[in-house]
Design a protein around this ligand. Structure first.
Ligand code: GDP
Length: 298
């Protein structure tokens, strides 16, 4: 996903190699090139501005280091600033002291929520948890079925309204699922909610009603990194309409520019917690800002 950005940044930084000392003009020119690379990758403008300011200030004020030459010093600064915009530390799931913990997923239709529900459930099972998947996307005719398929692949049970019971009330289903989890001793409940192709008020209201009904420990906003510039506005809409405590980036295996998704931490203030990079249940990992920064810097 970040190949072009990675190539650009690597080549900008490689140009500094061999310079004994960096003048202010060298630093300004480098900062300009980095700025262009980030903007071309779709990183949001305010995020780019903050990034460049940080790099310039730190590069100009850098102590003469015995261990690193000037080029290496700039690479180190850029790396640290990248880690900074990606959230710094890895943020782990915060589970409830008294189970079941409740994790609610929110995001646009097609963002990869249902797939992610299965990935998360499998990953949590692997750590000794006993999750229950809950189908609260009762809008799309096939959504419940799709979650059941995913649940089967993940080896995790799915709580869903009985077929034939009409459309069902997703808020009631979410509430009932907590009772079911207590009864069957599931320590984590993962609630899949309905999305639309675009942000709309009714969808936000339904997600907010589910949130109010089940008081989740975590609301994860699932964001398709392929949607480009729309990533930022979509994230803002979900932040304002539902609120979330963490972000999951999906489709990082795609070849879109993806920089907008890299802006989501800075724009919303909430951490990127997981990354999905393929359709298989195994294509999933905890998001590590430092590893992502290293990957981008090649
Ligand atoms: P939902 O509507 O938000 O529940 O999205 P789905 O889970 O149904 O995913 C929509 C499509 O994206 C499906 O075809 C998934 O197989 C695909 N998908 C989900 N996550 C990823 C991913 O990380 N990479 C790729 N390439 N495809 C994904």
């Amino acid at each position: 996903m970040f190949d072009t950005l990675s190539d650009r940044l690597t080549s900008v930084l490689t140009n500094l190699r061999g310079k004994g000392r960096l003048s202010e003009a060298d630093i300004d020119a480098t900062a300009r090139e980095i700025r262009i690379a980030l903007l071309e990758a779709d990183v949001a403008l305010p995020v780019v501005r903050g990034f460049i300011k940080g790099v310039k200030e730190r590069a100009k004020g850098a102590e003469v280091s015995q261990a690193l030459n000037p080029a290496q010093q700039v690479v180190k600064i850029v790396n640290e600033e990248l880690i900074g915009i990606l959230g710094g530390e890895t943020r782990r799931l915060e589970l409830a002291k008294n189970p079941p913990s409740v994790i609610m997923l929110a995001g646009l239709q097609g963002s990869g929520k249902t797939t992610l529900a299965g990935k998360l459930a499998k990953w949590l099972s692997g750590q000794g948890h006993t999750p229950l998947l809950v189908a609260c996307d009762l809008q799309r005719p096939n959504a419940v079925n799709q979650l059941q398929v995913v649940g089967e692949r993940a080896g995790v049970p799915v709580y869903a309204p009985e077929p034939g019971n009409g459309v069902g009330d997703p808020v009631q289903v979410s509430r009932d699922s907590i009772d079911e989890a207590k009864r069957a001793q599931h320590d984590i409940v993962i609630v899949d909610t309905a999305g639309r192709l675009g942000v709309d008020e009714e969808m936000m209201k339904q997600a907010a009603d589910i949130r109010d009904a089940i008081s989740p420990d975590e609301v994860l906003f699932v964001l398709d990194a392929m949607i480009g510039q729309d990533a930022v506005t979509t994230a803002e809409a979900f932040r304002d309409g539902v609120g979330f405590s963490g972000v999951v980036l999906t489709k990082l295996d795609g070849d879109a520019r993806g920089g907008a998704a890299l802006s989501v931490r800075e724009v919303t203030g909430q951490p990127i917690m997981f990354a999905s990079s393929g359709e298989k249940l195994e294509d999933f990992d905890v998001f590590h800002p430092d590893r992502m920064a290293n990957r981008i810097l090649g």
